[in-house]
Design a protein around this ligand. Structure first.
Ligand SMILES: Cc1cc2nc3c(=O)[nH]c(=O)nc-3n(C[C@H](O)[C@H](O)[C@H](O)COP(=O)(O)OP(=O)(O)OC[C@H]3O[C@@H](n4cnc5c(N)ncnc54)[C@H](O)[C@@H]3O)c2cc1C
Length: 386
């Protein structure tokens, strides 16, 4: 018997009505010249765009109405996110809060935290970052060294985070810190003990946000230096020492969405246009293969959305979607580059622009959110192979 499953999921009829609504909105945005389609959702953001879609009820869609949400299903959210990603919309500002931080607070936060943060997120007014990675701790997250020392009324946090996306534009970062020591359990050191998550105010005294430029020379991520930053105890998420369990519970949300295989979608779209009605055999072959892979990945990803909707935590299936999806989206620019008919032009056209942007961004797609080797370790464990 298979230990993982990808049951087929049909989108509900209301999903298709919603899709038409989102497409009409996107067409209006493009007609008004508000943004140009981008080739990596992680690098393009616009606070005014986030506020406009918030006005439509498209941030925090699945959250309860009492927190500003729309009480809609994961599958409806799926429709909205895949339409924005396929269109190359500038979703970066609200992305992390909508996908991860909000659901985390809904699940583990206190009522006061939910009331304080969720409505503001759904209005597109408050943006979040994730402070997990450190200079010597990426894949091996349990080795983080940022310390939160108990002080009167809260914690004093000292340490360095790295690759913190959008920290220069976000308001808060859900930050993984060490509040306690590792423990010895049955003769083995348990490094997952003593970790906690704090809601860190990125404008608090002692926080320095230093830019790190990506391969394309853009400022998306940062180094975050925390020098005795005071975080009040009411900003602890969940219980002290529960950080590891909480972090791993975010993974199915983080790893299975359409952003895990649509990063290079613009280049694929533009390639279809460039190849034309009667593509040469190499282009037709490449297009057929990529379309088949894209469709399969979408079905798998939708299946995970169906499981999340049913209240399950399909971490293994999500790791499979991210591993295969990351490999696919990273390959697309290379495959397209090797078969696309090239033309010399004085000005870059949408195909060349999308290709150039994808080539520079693709190396990061199999790193962010967990590297392929780490995902494969999770998959192997899930299959009982290690
Ligand atoms: C675009 C982008 C945005 C990011 N945004 C954020 C963010 O907002 N917040 C945040 O906290 N982090 C962020 N990250 C960091 C990301 O999570 C880490 O880069 C990732 O987890 C890998 O960690 P590392 O870079 O330290 O590499 P390492 O963990 O040092 O890995 C180096 C190499 O060794 C391999 N490796 C490591 N351990 C093993 C093992 N046990 N078995 C086999 N192979 C192994 C890895 O697969 C990799 O190939 C971002 C990264 C990128 C590229």
């Amino acid at each position: 018997m298979s230990v993982f499953r990808f049951d087929p999921v049909e989108l509900p009829p209301e999903g298709e009505a919603l899709r038409a609504e989102v497409r009409a909105f996107i067409a209006d945005e493009l007609a008004a010249g508000r943004w140009t389609p981008n080739s990596d959702f992680g690098s393009h953001r616009a606070a005014d765009f986030s506020r406009r879609i918030a006005g439509r009820g498209w941030i925090g869609m699945t959250w309860p109405k009492k927190y500003g949400g729309a009480d809609r299903s994961f599958l409806e959210r799926y429709v909205v996110t895949e339409e924005f990603l396929a269109a190359g919309a500038p979703v970066g500002c609200h992305w992390i809060a909508d996908r991860q931080s909000g659901p985390l607070l809904l699940r583990f936060g206190t009522e006061a935290q939910r009331e304080a943060f969720l409505p503001a997120i759904t209005r597109g007014e408050v943006f979040f970052s994730i402070g997990m990675s450190e200079p010597d701790s990426g894949s091996d997250l349990a080795s983080i060294r940022t310390r939160a020392r108990p002080v009167c009324g809260g914690y004093e946090v000292t340490g360095t985070k790295v690759w913190t996306s959008y920290a220069h534009e976000s308001h808060y970062a859900i930050t993984l810190v060490r509040t306690g020591d590792t423990a010895e359990v049955d003769g083995k050191i348990d490094r997952h003990r003593g970790l906690s998550q704090l809601i860190l105010d990125l404008k608090a005294p002692g926080v320095s946000v230093r830019p790190i430029l990506n391969l394309a020379g853009e400022h998306d991520f940062n180094e975050l230096v925390l020098d005795r930053v005071f975080v009040p105890s009411e900003r602890l998420v969940g219980g002290e020492g529960d950080g590891w369990g909480q972090v791993t519970s975010e993974l199915a949300f983080e790893r299975s969405g359409p952003e895990r295989f649509l990063s290079s979608h613009q280049v694929l779209r533009q390639f279809v246009r460039r190849a034309g009605e009667d593509p040469d055999p190499r282009a037709a072959d490449a297009l057929g293969r990529m379309a088949a892979q894209l469709w399969t990945l979408r079905q798998m990803s939708l299946s995970v959305a169906g499981m999340l909707q049913a209240g399950e935590m399909p971490n293994l299936e999500a790791a499979i979607v991210k591993d295969l999806g990351g490999a696919f989206e990273r390959d697309v620019p290379e495959r397209v580059r090797s078969v696309a008919p090239r033309r010399r032009r004085a000005d870059p056209d949408p195909f060349e622009t999308a290709l150039a942007e994808s080539v520079l961004h693709a190396p990061s797609w199999t790193l962010r959110g967990g590297t392929r080797e780490i995902l494969r370790g999770i998959i192997a464990r899930g299959l009982g192979l290690r």
